[in-house]
Design a protein around this ligand. Sequence first.
Ligand code: GDP
Ligand code: IMO
Ligand code: MG
Length: 433
Amino acid sequence: MSNVVIIGTQWGDEGKGKIVDLLTEHADVIVRFQGGPNAGHTVVVGDKKTILHQVPSGILHPGKQCVIGNGVVIDIETLISEIDLVKAQGYFRDDAALLISENAHLIMPYHKSIDIAREKMKGEGKIGTTGRGIGPAYEDKVGRSGIRLADIFNDDVFRAKLEQNLKEKNFYLKNYLGEAEVATDDIFSAFTALRERLRSYVGNAALFLHGALTARKKVLFEGAQGAMLDIDHGTYPFVTSSNTAAANAAIGSGVGPRNLDVIVGIVKAYTTRVGAGPFPTEQDNELGVKLRDKGDEYGATTGRPRRCGWLDLAVVQHAIRMNSISHLLITKLDVLSGLKTIKVCTGYTCAGKPVAGFPSDLAVLETCTPVYDELEGWQDDLTGVTSYEQLPDAAKRYISYIEQKTATPISMVSVGYRRDQIITLIDPFSVNN
Ligand code: GDP
Ligand code: IMO
Ligand code: MG
């Protein structure tokens, strides 16, 4: 019996939502441990599409316990809308199915204003954030001035923290960013009006998880974003403001690292990135447009078109190292059908010399050239394939090429957005550590 961590190996949007929903069938508890409403995890059941931002992607299965861990930054207003939406779709009938850590930090209205105004001020040099206030909320958390979910249930504590914060925030908003100031009373009354909607979900999530693990329940940890957006190991500063790494599944939920058994890295069969920053295998050309159209590559949170390019194994191998990935899981293989040949980047050269690892200095990365292998493509439609044997030989070769180059077993291959469009080679929950 194992606990499983799902994380993205690229720049996010690898299809984590679909996979978490699928694996939830075998899990008891599903935990989000970092990020916030910058995430957009798409789950399709029948002809119904649900995009989850803060609620774990296990919520569509009755009888499973979902947890939002302490490492997540929460926007309570959009969280309530999200809860209402999934309920209106007929899911999440039992309120006890969601537990939110009282230690989770809140995204306040001024975090969103600051995020948006800073990006505007940066102009061309902007990061291309989702504008959800993620960076400013994590800044306050680390700066020890953040407001936690438990705080809003205590009027005196909440008001005092808000007043303290607004002294600085209003000065910064008005004098540096040229934005409107915000009033303590407005935020206080808005939040105290909303808090009753959340009260029953809030509790000691770490203690709950400890109990579940002791009772040998199976826990599925749901990562957001991807390895290259990690604050420490990604393409800094074009990253998000949390550690997307698997290790953060422990910190961000309050369990110890020995509880993370199987680490599954989701690899899109090609690469996408939304927002600014380096992307060595980007195809800013007809091919990129073709991949975007066929893969429907538009941001699940912001609707922005995603930049598309070839699979980059320098990126995937970096992710394998930083996350101790035990298994890979390939998604969107169906999107590559119809190409005569498929390129895969195996590494970079810089000034004619091979580069070891993934360069962390963006000035160096800019001078690097990707080295490609070219593999034979396939013409067949893969969206109806349900077993490895049914795959065309060239698709099988693409899968075993990735497996060999990364020396990491492939657990599953996804060939469409639906739950049933999956080929299982190794069930992550059946892996014994
Ligand atoms: P996440 O952020 O990692 O959960 O990924 P997103 O939901 O942002 O983006 C993945 C998109 O690809 C969604 O629209 C999914 O419905 C879709 N998707 C997931 N797996 C597959 C697949 O194997 N094939 C195809 N064609 N689409 C997929
Ligand atoms: P999921 O979980 C793709 C990107 C933004 C921007 C950078 C910083 O759906 O894979 P932020 O708002 O976090 O400060 O933005 O990170 N980004 C994502 N890109 N998928 C995501 O989440 C992302 N979350 C943030 O586009 O480049
Ligand atoms: Mg997404």
